[in-house]
Ligand binder design. Structure first.
Ligand SMILES: [Zn+2]
Length: 482
């Protein structure tokens, strides 16, 4: 009996291990779910693939004729990370320093992967080398917020619950700071910043047992894009422990679960592909071939027909090891000369197994942020606000160096103040009301991160004035006692 029990324990552990090892993104299930609400969705998706392919063809033609102006002139996209997690996960990420490292490294990974600068491209097999494409799209942390204030490019809200349910609505609760008519969670999140100017990313814990690493609401599914989802929820939701690169020495992360195989920041590379309207390489049709009844292609000609997704890190060697699947032959025609696209960012392989976007995938994404044949791409406004990447006027170098952060904001009564103790010394913190009256003063006689309780204050807007030895910084605070 004991042996049987141990066997089941081992089996369960193995199942759990492999279940966790599987990359999963929310798009296929979401599309299936939405079909019940929007019967014509499938047709609209296929029509959109044709439109995107036509746009991509025009861009590829321009590139062939040597006109690369289009991509070289694309301005970087301002990115804001909204991190909505409980205290345990905040600590597991290494607190504010760990979160900053994750955000910085995520931007580096995106710029590397979107510009064919990834060092692991040496693993791309010979047949695929000519399909290793650069988009010319760049990303940067937003340094000016919608109110014109300085921001490190991320904001943190500590919540009392352990996460969010709601993959069917793209975790809508996490995308709003106050309880709205449709919200059900007792721990709301952080509002989107103007989705026409910022790429919004929510880093949260998914509770509904789907095993998701990320789920993206692209323009296609929003009202302004012809769908039904709210415009102000457009963006990417990532599992809290797969954003950015994990640094073992500093972030105190326990290497179990989804993050183990997805800790190189490529979940967001993949989700950004969806944000710019790419489909999965197998066409999101279960395990069918494009020519089968009910089968779909990804709408991309330079990825081969593919049956289903790929897991793990397949040994796909340069010296000719190609991987084929059930869609290899269309009649007698070999459609997978160089194997399936399991090394593509739009498959489900581990972070270490994916290496490229193809030229046509790159062109589809570029078409979203440029004007093609007189038609503006759906995300073109994201590349028209380079000022948001810089620090706002009036922010001195010393303020930047201080790296002052007040969080969570909005707060329910407890605020934390963190700053770079090497840059300056904090001597006083004042709480001001909206007309500038000092209503509380905390003298600081030590040089470290501090916490202040505002439990006697009523819900509303306040200003936190931090007096350092070399000058003062004022930040707005929203107190929201739910
Ligand atoms: Zn996906």
């Amino acid at each position: 009996m004991k042996k049987i029990f141990l066997f089941y324990i081992t089996l369960f552990t193995l199942i759990a291990f492999f279940a966790n090892a599987q990359r999963k993104c929310g798009l296929p299930d979401y599309i299936n779910y939405k079909r019940t609400e929007e019967p014509e969705l499938g047709t609209r998706i296929e029509q959109n693939k044709i439109i995107l392919k036509e746009k991509a063809a025009k861009i590829i033609e321009e590139r062939k004729s040597g006109n690369n102006e289009r991509t070289s002139s694309i301005t970087a996209i301002p990115v804001i990370f909204h991190i909505v997690i409980d205290t345990l996960k905040y600590n597991q990420l290494g607190g504010d320093a760990g979160i900053k490292q994750r955000c910085d490294s995520q931007i580096s990974v995106l710029n590397r992967d979107f510009n064919a600068l990834n060092a692991d491209s040496t693993a791309i097999p010979a047949g695929w080398k000519s399909l290793f494409a650069s988009t010319g799209i760049h990303f940067g942390l937003a340094h000016t917020d919608p109110n014109g204030n300085s921001t490190p490019g991320y904001e943190v809200r500590i919540i009392s619950s352990i996460g969010f349910n709601g993959w069917t609505n793209h975790y809508s609760d996490a995308k709003h700071s106050t309880l709205g008519s449709g919200a059900t969670s007792l721990s709301p999140g952080l509002d989107a910043w103007d989705v026409t100017k910022y790429l919004n990313v929510w880093c949260i814990n998914f509770l509904d047992g789907m095993g998701l690493g990320g789920i993206t609401l692209s323009k296609f599914f929003t009202v302004s894009g012809g769908g039904t989802s709210p415009d102000n929820e457009e963006g990417i939701a990532l599992k809290w422990n797969v954003f950015g690169k994990r640094v073992l020495s500093s972030d105190n992360y326990t290497p179990t679960g989804t993050g183990t195989f997805f800790d190189e920041g490529r979940t967001m590379t993949h989700e950004c592909g969806h944000f710019f309207e790419l489909s999965h390489v197998w066409g999101d049709d279960g395990s069918l071939c494009p020519w089968s009844s009910g089968g779909h292609d990804d709408g991309i000609d330079d990825t081969p027909p593919q049956s289903t997704h790929t897991s793990g890190n397949p040994s796909y060697t340069i010296t000719g090891g190609t991987i084929n699947d059930a869609c290899q032959f269309y009649g007698t025609v070999d459609t997978q000369h160089y194997g399936i696209a399991c090394l593509d960012f739009m498959d489900y392989t581990d972070d270490t197994g994916m290496h490229l976007f193809t030229p046509q995938q790159a062109a589809v994404m570029v078409s979203c942020v440029t004007t093609v044949a007189g038609v503006d791409g759906e995300n073109i406004t994201l590349v028209q606000h380079p000022n948001l990447l810089g620090w706002p006027a009036g922010v001195s170098k010393i303020e930047i160096d201080r790296e002052l952060k007040i969080f969570p904001n909005p707060s329910n009564g407890l605020i934390n103040i963190a700053y770079n103790t090497n840059a300056d010394k904090l001597i006083k913190v004042s709480i001001l009301d909206v007309i500038g009256n000092e209503i509380r003063i905390n003298s600081i006689d030590y040089n470290n991160a501090i916490s202040i309780y505002l439990s006697n204050f009523s819900t509303g807007v306040y200003f936190i004035k931090c007096d350092f030895e070399k000058g003062s910084v004022v930040k707005r605070l929203i107190l929201n006692k739910e």
